[in-house]
Design a protein around this ligand. Structure first.
Ligand code: DGL
Length: 281
């Protein structure tokens, strides 16, 4: 039996109103935040995948680093960063910081349950899957907080049958990126100390579990050798953001290149140049 139901005038008005709101939302920017400039490594992946979206990136360099602060302090800072972006009417929230994700992703998801909230975690899965045949040794570089928290322990438990996972806390490494020091003798000396044991017992893969570290990837590769495969979570986070936006009908309807706005809490006069340089790498 075929039933043709005609929409009442009221139902139609309601639908039109809903479409308008949806239309407006689709044209809003995607909000991204990090403890500093590191999250620009995720922003680059988002732009590469969805160049037609508008982006508003907020880096909290004034309060960086987050990774050596207390859990409660990082929760408080992450909530303030998110609130700021929400005040700018973003349509989705990307937490481009592994540390803030471990401390605050659940709070943010509960608080903003009506919008996509995407976090980032160390890319252990692709690293483990990349090994053909043998059980790989995977070095996970991240902040002390990321490696200490429950979220990482659960992730590690998921893959510990298939890989030897070696967590390596790197306090002080994000500061090199915040200073724009992406290569050179001081960075090599710092990494040399960090890698001492692993230069003797080489690992198969390295996971960059902090969004600042992709900016010093070349130096890490140089020190550990070409045979070591390096992974980071930026691409996966960008793909997950695309998936969530599509699922919620929030992808931008525009075809032209979107606008990228970068804001930072630091009062340093060099911060703007540093952000543009990192965005172009
Ligand atoms: N970029 C942050 C992350 O991904 C950490 C840097 C910090 O310690 O603030 O974990």
């Amino acid at each position: 039996m075929l039933i043709i139901a005609r929409k009442t005038q009221d139902e139609k008005k309601k639908e039109d109103g809903f479409m308008e709101v949806l239309m407006d939302k689709r044209t809003c920017p995607i909000g991204i935040f990090d403890s500093g400039v590191g999250g620009i490594s995720v922003l680059r992946q988002l732009i590469a995948l969805m160049p037609n979206e508008d982006y508003l990136f907020f880096g909290d360099s004034k309060n960086a680093p987050y990774g050596t602060k207390s859990f409660e302090e990082v929760q408080r800072l992450a909530c303030a960063d998110a609130e700021y972006l929400l005040s700018k009417k973003v349509k989705a929230l990307v937490v481009a910081c592994n540390t803030a994700t471990s401390a605050a992703i659940q709070i943010l998801r509960n608080k903003y349950s009506g919008m996509p909230v995407i976090g980032i975690e160390p890319a252990l899965k692709p690293a483990v899957l990349s090994a053909s045949g043998k059980k790989p040794a995977v070095l996970v570089m991240a902040t002390p907080m990321t490696l200490r928290e429950e979220k990482f322990h659960q992730l590690m438990m998921r893959y510990e049958q298939d890989a030897t996972i070696i967590p390596l806390p790197c306090p002080g490494l994000m500061e090199f990126v915040e200073r724009g020091e992406l290569s050179g003798a001081a960075l090599e000396a710092y990494l040399g100390k960090l890698f001492q044991a692993h230069l003797r017992n080489p690992v198969d893969c390295v996971v960059l579990g902090c969004t600042h570290y992709p900016f010093v990837r070349d130096t890490i590769q140089k020190m550990l050798g070409d045979k070591v495969a390096i992974f980071d979570g930026g691409g996966g986070t960008a793909r997950e953001t695309h998936r969530r936006l599509a699922e919620c009908g929030l992808l931008s309807p525009f075809r032209a290149r979107g606008r990228v706005t970068i804001e930072n809490s630091s009062e340093s006069p060099e911060i703007t140049d540093l952000c543009s340089m990192l965005l172009k790498i």
